[in-house]
Design a protein around this ligand. Structure first.
Ligand SMILES: [Ca+2]
Length: 466
C-alpha cells in the first residue's frame, strides 16, 4: 500500500466523490478520508460510478506526471507498476462491496471507457476487463435496460414539474425495480386485498373485530377534543375518521413497510404499457413530497401500491388534500395526528363530497319477513336500486343491529345484500358513496360504516357503565 497522503485538492473528480465506499478506498490508498462517511441509502449504479471515479481520482493524485504545480507528491516517482499496484490494492479492498453491483450492472462499454481513460492518462496498458474479480463484467439484463430508459423519462418529467435535480438524483440514482413482478403481486393479492377474496361476513369479521372496536372507542375518547375540532372545520364526524384510520393503518400502527419510491417505480414500469402513466405520475408526485421536505426520503414508506401514511394517501392526493393542521409547516400524515385527521376529513369533504347533515354512512341491518319487493333489494354498490327514504325500509321489516343509531328517517337509502338474501344486509345512506370514493369497494365502505357505528355503541356502553 502506498504510504503517501493525498491532499485531495487536485482530485479532478472530487465533486462526485462521497460516502463510505470512497473513504474505504482512500484509506486503502493511504489517502486521508475527507468526505462524510454517510452510508448511501441504496447501493447501485451511482455508487458504482462514484467508486470507479474515486479510484481513478486517487490514482491521478499519486501520479508525478500529472503536472499539478502544488500537488504534495512527496518526491517519490511512481512507476507504472506502482500505479497498477495501487489500483489493484484498491480493487482488492473494494471487491467485497463493489463486486455484487459490478457483477450485476457495470457495462462492458463503461469499463472499456475507463480503461481507455486510464491509458490516455498514464500511457499504461489498458486494464483488461476480468483481470480482477472486482472488474468482472456482466451486461445489463433487458429488463434493467428498459427500466433505466423508462426512469430517464420520469426524471425529465420531475424536472419539468420543477423538482430540483438534487432531489431527483437522491431518489433515482441508485434505484432498481423490485424483483417482484406484477404477476407475482396479482398472485398474492388475496393477502394484499382481503376485500376481494373473502366472503362479506368473513371480511367484516376481520375488519370490524372486537379489538378494533375497543381500541377505536378508546382512541376516539382520548382524542375527542381534536376530533371534534376537525368535525367543526370539515363536517366529518369523529367515528368515521377513527374507523377509516383504524382500517387503513390500524390506528397508525401499521403504515406499510415498502420504500414508496421503489414500489411506485416498479409498478409504473411494470404497468407502463397498459395502465397509462398512473403510477409514473404518482412516482413524480412522491418525489415532490421529498423535494418539499414533508418527510425525509428514508421515511417515505407505505403500502406496496405506494399509499402513504396513517391515512394511506396516494402521493397525488397528498398534494391536493393533505393538511398541516398543527402548523409546523409540513403536512405530516405519518406522525402528526392533527395532520392525519384533518387530511382525512379534508379529503372526505373536498373529494368524496361528504354530506355533513347525514350522520351514519350506513349500518348493518336484519331483514325480517318477505314483504320487501324485489326491486328495492340491491346487491353490491354497483347493483344498488333506486333510493327510498330510510323509513320505508323500517316499515318493511328492516332493523338496524346497532343500539345507539339515530336514523334520519327521511334520508335516502339503498338496501345492499351483496351475497343475496342469506348474506349480510346493509342500509347505505348518502355518505356511503363518499366512503366508496375513499376506496371503491362495497366491502370496505360497509366495514368503515359498521366499525364507526360499533365504536359509537362501545363508547355509549362504557359511558353508561361509568
Ligand atoms: Ca404539520
Amino acid at each position: 500500500m502506498p504510504s503517501r497522503v493525498c491532499s485531495g485538492a487536485d482530485c479532478s473528480a472530487a465533486d462526485v466523490i462521497e460516502g463510505t465506499a470512497q473513504n474505504k478506498m482512500r484509506q486503502a490508498l493511504g489517502c486521508s478520508p475527507r468526505w462524510g462517511a454517510e452510508p448511501t441509502r441504496r447501493t447501485g449504479f451511482g455508487a458504482r460510478q462514484r467508486s470507479i471515479r474515486s479510484l481513478v481520482t486517487c490514482i491521478r493524485c499519486e501520479s508525478p506526471s500529472e503536472g499539478a504545480p502544488d500537488a504534495p507528491r512527496g518526491g517519490a516517482k511512481s512507476s507504472g507498476r506502482t500505479l497498477l499496484r495501487i489500483a489493484m490494492g484498491a480493487a482488492t479492498v473494494a471487491a467485497p462491496w463493489v463486486s455484487p453491483f459490478v457483477a450485476s450492472t457495470v457495462t462492458q462499454p463503461g469499463v472499456a471507457r475507463a480503461a481507455t481513460t486510464w491509458k490516455s492518462m498514464k500511457d499504461l496498458p489498458a486494464i483488461e476487463p476480468g483481470a480482477h474479480p472486482a472488474l468482472t463484467v456482466r451486461e445489463l439484463t433487458p429488463r434493467q435496460r428498459e427500466f433505466t430508459a423508462w426512469l430517464d423519462g420520469v426524471r425529465e418529467e420531475c424536472i419539468r414539474r420543477g423538482i430540483s435535480e438534487e432531489t431527483v438524483g437522491s431518489c433515482f440514482n441508485e434505484l432498481e425495480p423490485s424483483p417482484e413482478t406484477v404477476v407475482e403481486k396479482t398472485a398474492s393479492s388475496h393477502v394484499l386485498n382481503p376485500e376481494k377474496n373473502l366472503s362479506v361476513e368473513a371480511y367484516l369479521r376481520r375488519m370490524v373485530s372486537k379489538d378494533r372496536v375497543t381500541k377505536g372507542a378508546a382512541l376516539m375518547v382520548e382524542h375527542a377534543e381534536l376530533l371534534n375540532e376537525v368535525e367543526r372545520e370539515y363536517g366529518v364526524p369523529p367515528e368515521i375518521l377513527v374507523a377509516i384510520w383504524g382500517i387503513e393503518s390500524h390506528f397508525g400502527g401499521f403504515q406499510g413497510e415498502h420504500d414508496c419510491i421503489r414500489a411506485l417505480a416498479t409498478l409504473g414500469f411494470e404497468h407502463r404499457h397498459w395502465k397509462g402513466d398512473y403510477f409514473g405520475n404518482e412516482l413524480v408526485e412522491a418525489v415532490r413530497i421529498i423535494d418539499e421536505g414533508h418527510v425525509p426520503l428514508g421515511d417515505l414508506v407505505g403500502s406496496w401500491a405506494g399509499a402513504l401514511g396513517q391515512c394511506q394517501f396516494m402521493p397525488s392526493n397528498f398534494h391536493r388534500y393533505a393538511v398541516d393542521k398543527d402548523g409546523d409547516g409540513r403536512a405530516d400524515i405519518w406522525r402528526s395526528l392533527p395532520d392525519v385527521f384533518a387530511s382525512m376529513a379534508n379529503f372526505l369533504k373536498q373529494y368524496c363530497e361528504w354530506n355533513p347533515n347525514v350522520r351514519p354512512a350506513g349500518f348493518r341491518v336484519t331483514v325480517e319477513g318477505d314483504q320487501l319487493p324485489e326491486d328495492v333489494i340491491g346487491g353490491w354498490w354497483g347493483e344498488r336500486k333506486t333510493p327510498k327514504p330510510a323509513s320505508y325500509f323500517l316499515w318493511n321489516g328492516v332493523k338496524p343491529i346497532h343500539n345507539t343509531l339515530r336514523l334520519p328517517r327521511s334520508a335516502e337509502s339503498v338496501l345492499l345484500m351483496p351475497e343475496g338474501k342469506d348474506g349480510p344486509a346493509f342500509l347505505a345512506l348518502c355518505n356511503f358513496r363518499a366512503i366508496m370514493r375513499y376506496n371503491p369497494s362495497t366491502n370496505y365502505a360497509m366495514a368503515v360504516s359498521m366499525l364507526a357505528q360499533d365504536i359509537v355503541d362501545e363508547v355509549a356502553a362504557v359511558r353508561k357503565e361509568a
